[in-house]
Ligand binder design. Structure first.
Ligand code: DAT
Ligand code: MG
Length: 170
């Protein structure tokens, strides 16, 4: 069995319903390592890049508003992002997460237990879970910088960046 990494997001409905702890507890059954984590206010660009393969779907606009938390407003307009690492991580975490459609998920899975479909047709399925190795790598590189992950997982290179404006503690 191979060691894999994947991206998990507690989506804005999960944040709003105060489910972060419940979700992490369920995921911890798989005994994997968290190797990166942060809270993210999701820009439209990031949302659209994350779901790029779904851009032609009729539910795409609603999905972008949902992952940005626009349908809940502040302070719920954020996600909590995690990179997990473990053996056969993607398949095992997706099993714990449950099927995409929360009404068809195993009721003991996270999505089955906590998800719903809104009257507007948004699948509020409380977490994102990468679906395969290529998607996991693409998503992790999209959401995290190399220095935000505590171990080397993909090749990196050093570049010299000049005149970059940065905010630091005053
Ligand atoms: P998953 O999140 O299980 O990887 P996906 O990548 O096919 O599923 O879709 C991404 C998200 O898009 C999914 O979590 C919820 C939403 N979605 C998928 N199919 C949908 C549908 N038929 N109607 C509304 N939202 C949908
Ligand atoms: Mg997917």
């Amino acid at each position: 069995m191979a060691i894999e990494q994947l991206l998990i997001l507690v989506k804005p409905d999960g944040v709003k319903k105060s489910l972060t702890g419940n979700i992490l507890t369920k995921l911890s059954e798989a005994r994997m390592l968290i190797i990166g984590s942060k809270v993210v206010k999701v820009s439209k660009e990031l949302a659209e890049a994350h779901y790029q393969q779904l851009k032609d779907k009729p539910f795409f606009c609603g999905l972008i508003d949902y992952i940005q938390g626009k349908i809940y407003g502040a302070p719920w307009d954020r996600v909590i992002a995690f990179v997990y690492q473990g053996e056969d991580a993607i398949a095992r975490m997706r099993k714990i997460a449950g099927a995409t459609n929360p009404e068809e998920s195993d009721p003991v899975s996270i999505r089955g237990a906590y998800g719903r479909i809104t009257t507007k047709g948004v699948y509020e399925n409380v977490l994102h879970c990468s679906s395969d190795l290529n998607e996991a790598e693409r998503e992790i590189k999209l959401w995290f910088k190399p220095e935000e992950i505590v171990m080397p997982i993909y090749p990196t290179k050093e570049v010299v960046v000049e005149k970059e404006k940065k905010v630091i503690w005053a």
